[in-house]
Design a protein around this ligand. Structure first.
Ligand code: ADP
Ligand code: MG
Length: 341
């Protein structure tokens, strides 16, 4: 959680900036910690208070289903038993598992929901963080990959010792679930921020734009630029979010199953914009693994995925759909590069 707060702050403060000529209602705000992350929400409209309560409650429910550290969660029970009937799982978990397998296939395995062995071995963000031995990496890599998860004869099954890790998609999937619950309420607009995984919907009372900050990976500023968007998720994965440094090398939390180690794709962060928050979350992780060149080509083929890539040599690449919506503020240290990488 080291750098999650600044992203959240940047996103939330920018999004919350009032217009200069009016004093809009501040709406209903809520802040809490869940899923190991600081979460906030802001809601405008008749049912704003009810929406804020529903948001917090639904996150708490989903955490009980999807947390790897709660032993009674659906994810933990599947990891412990290796196979569970569909009826033994909450329908929201069934959807999440199917979605995870689908996006893994879409990304050629760069998004890997069955990375549990490797994630535990590295222990990044835990007291047990370590650089594993090469043979340990080989065996944990063999037990990773979505091909180890199947849905057959009404059951979900993990083969061998494979373990689920849905950390790369669950906050996005939670956003989609919450949006569905909010759809029955009378709201003019809202912003959800699940640890920097943002969704903006509708309008603020003064009709000013939602502005979502893109975190500065170096941390010299809170953000390097911002996106002016609405009715979409804006979700970032970066190498500065969870990491440890050993012998001068930064080991971060986004793993490349091909090597078993933190991805080295020349990127500091990827931000994905999509109406589909689960897709945006999973893709931000997957595109970080593949890098800017393949990532730009991939997004070009997708009907609902735009992205901002920030490279380790100070360049910012944008997909066509974001060129009009992005404003670079850290112009001295970052340069927008056009076209193909
Ligand atoms: P965060 O959830 O910290 O905002 P991400 O959405 O990028 O960041 O997800 C990173 C998490 O996803 C890791 O902590 C790990 O649990 C899991 N993960 C790491 N690498 C991958 C990968 N290649 N595919 C799917 N999940 C991954
Ligand atoms: Mg993700």
């Amino acid at each position: 959680m080291r750098r999650i707060f600044p992203i959240l702050l940047a996103g939330f403060l920018l999004a919350a900036l009032p217009s200069s000529c009016s004093a809009p209602s501040r709406g209903e705000e809520v802040s809490f910690t869940a899923m190991d992350t600081a979460m906030t929400g802001r809601f405008y409209g008749k049912d704003a208070k009810q929406a804020a309560e529903a948001y917090q409650q639904e996150i708490a429910d989903l955490e009980q289903l999807w947390s790897k550290t709660i032993s009674s969660s659906d994810v933990s029970r599947l990891n412990q038993s290796g196979s569970l009937k569909k009826e033994a799982l909450d329908p929201r978990t069934v959807s999440l598992l199917r979605r995870s397998m689908e996006i893994s296939e879409l990304t050629g395995g760069s998004f890997d929901p069955v990375l549990g062995r490797l994630v535990s071995l590295w222990g990044i963000g835990t007291e047990q963080e370590q650089v594993p031995e090469a043979d340990e990496l080989v065996s944990a890599s063999k037990e990773s990959g979505a091909e180890h998860l199947s849905e057959k004869d009404g059951s979900f099954t993990l083969s061998g010792n494979a373990q689920l890790d849905l950390g790369g998609i669950s906050k996005g999937a939670a956003t989609d679930e919450i949006r569905q619950s909010l759809s029955g309420l009378s709201l003019d607009g809202y912003l959800l921020s699940l640890g920097g995984n943002i969704y903006v919907s509708g309008e603020k009372p003064d009709q000013s734009e939602w502005k979502i900050g893109i975190s500065d990976p170096d941390g010299e500023s809170a953000y390097l630029g911002y996106l002016s968007v609405s009715d979409c998720a804006v979700i970032t994965s970066g190498d500065y979010e969870r990491f440890f440094v050993r012998d001068g090398i930064r080991y971060h939390h986004i793993l490349d199953r091909a090597t078993g180690s933190p991805a080295q794709s020349g990127l500091r962060s990827v931000t994905v914009v999509s109406k589909d928050a689960a897709l945006a979350d999973a893709l931000s992780t997957a595109l970080f693994v593949v890098g800017a060149e393949k990532g730009l080509a991939f997004c070009g083929q997708q009907p609902d995925a735009e992205a901002v890539f920030v490279t380790d040599d100070g360049f910012v690449y944008l997909t066509d759909g974001l060129k009009e919506c992005f404003t670079l503020t850290e112009e001295a240290r970052y340069t927008i590069k056009d076209g193909e990488k």
